[in-house]
Design a binder for this molecule. Sequence first.
Ligand code: ADP
Ligand code: MG
Length: 298
Amino acid sequence: MTETTSLPKRPRCLSGVPGLDDVLAGGLPANYFYLIQGDPGAGKTTLALQFLLEGLRNGEKGFYITLSETKAELLQVAQSHGWSLDRVALLELSAIENLLKPEAQTTVFHSSEVELAKITRLVLDETRRIQPTRVVFDSLSEFRLISETPLRYRRQLLNLKQEFARQGATVLLLDDKMDKPGVVVDPHVLSITHGVIELEQMAPEYGTARRRLQVTKLRGVKFREGYHDYTIVTGGLKVFPRLIAAEHHLDFKREPVVSGVSELDQLLGGGLDRGTTTLLIGPAGSGKSSARMINAIW
Ligand SMILES: Nc1ncnc2c1ncn2[C@@H]1O[C@H](COP(=O)(O)OP(=O)(O)O)[C@@H](O)[C@H]1O
Ligand SMILES: [Mg+2]
């Protein structure tokens, strides 16, 4: 993790998720690729929609490319949170369903290759037409499935990266987590992304699910490391950055705090020192509570 150098600072893209920009130390550096990884239901789609809606608020154009969910499903998610996607460009690529049909697999042509090239071309054409500055690609897992070979997958990804970079777009790539925590997945994607955010949900023995996220990589930014809890409520994700005591120091006047009983204050050399802790001990009935109530400050 490195501090920014003397190069001009990249503008930041606010995420639109309360608390996340604090974790990211000011938002995502603009014009790069980011990987949002998590189990199904972890909130990737919701986070991505918040990211696009934040862009709209800043007068930016948003583009949502969906391979995994249908347009109707996406609109339903948005509606459940009270959002309108009228001004977000949506591209639904559900054509891949045909690939999964048996007849598509028995043709003499490499249908997946044809399909992949078609999908990429469609995405590139639409990107050029819409000229978005914020793009969401949902999801890589589907794209990987269509690509069939790592080489084809990587080549198409680089294709997309070049076009998005030309447009000056900040891109969120959503991906289902395929492996156990701690295992680095998909080196092809990792090498082309500027940052990675991992979303996790855990089901304890009792009570509601716990969700937490971790920024595992963000080039050139001193972000808040480690896990941060988050919730999904109507209105979207809310992140609660882990508190760091050292960041919450308050300046105060170092002075004695008087009790109001002059003899006691005299005994204490003017009173108790502000900012210190005093243990008041004594057997039951000796007057601890009364002593504490002498002065509200105590
Ligand atoms: N309107 C809502 N209010 C509160 N929670 C919701 C709402 N809609 C969805 N959720 C929660 O969000 C989860 C789905 O989030 P989603 O972004 O679709 O996940 P992913 O894209 O990672 O699969 C649901 O499992 C549900 O717990
Ligand atoms: Mg989703």
